[in-house]
Write a protein that binds this ligand. Structure first.
Ligand SMILES: [Zn+2]
Length: 151
């Protein structure tokens, strides 16, 4: 539509196209916020618990505390005799908060495993007819005969 196209070019000046990621961050956060965030990230890297593969949370989303160390957290699972699993997450150190953060991929894997085990338990109860015990086949055959007599 012609009207839309004109609106678009009004709202989005060409100078905003083809920007670098750095410029995008700057645009989204503002230059000062970006600098602050970078400084926080650099400081975060210096903390002893920093790990490349961990969450490295800069600031607790719940209370704003900036000390949220990476920590091994325990997730209860109760599967196949296993009570819980340990995953690398993070825990806010503010004693009034102590919020725990899990990687949603980890919790998703656990959810899928639970689902799988549930399905396996179901498959264990399914038995093809030809593997049923002879007694069962006989009694069900008699039941069918009874039905025939009644009908
Ligand atoms: Zn917190």
């Amino acid at each position: 539509m012609k009207g839309n196209k004109e609106n678009r070019s009004d709202n989005v000046p060409e100078s905003l196209e083809g920007k670098s990621l750095e410029e995008l961050w700057e645009l989204l956060l503002g230059k000062e916020d970006l600098e602050e965030r970078k400084a926080k990230y650099e400081a975060r890297k210096l903390k002893p618990d920093y790990r490349e593969d961990a969450m490295n949370i800069l600031e607790c989303p719940m209370c704003g505390c900036d000390d949220v160390p990476n920590e091994l957290l325990t997730i209860p699972v109760n599967m196949k005799g296993i009570v819980s699993v340990n995953v690398l997450g993070a825990k806010c150190s503010n004693p009034e908060c102590l919020e725990e953060y899990y990687n949603s991929e980890d919790t998703e894997v656990i959810r899928q495993l639970k689902e799988l085990i549930k399905q396996q338990a179901l498959i264990g109860r399914i038995k093809p007819m030809h593997l049923q015990s002879e007694e069962y086949q006989k009694s069900s055959a008699e039941a069918t005969r009874d039905d025939d007599e009644n009908g």
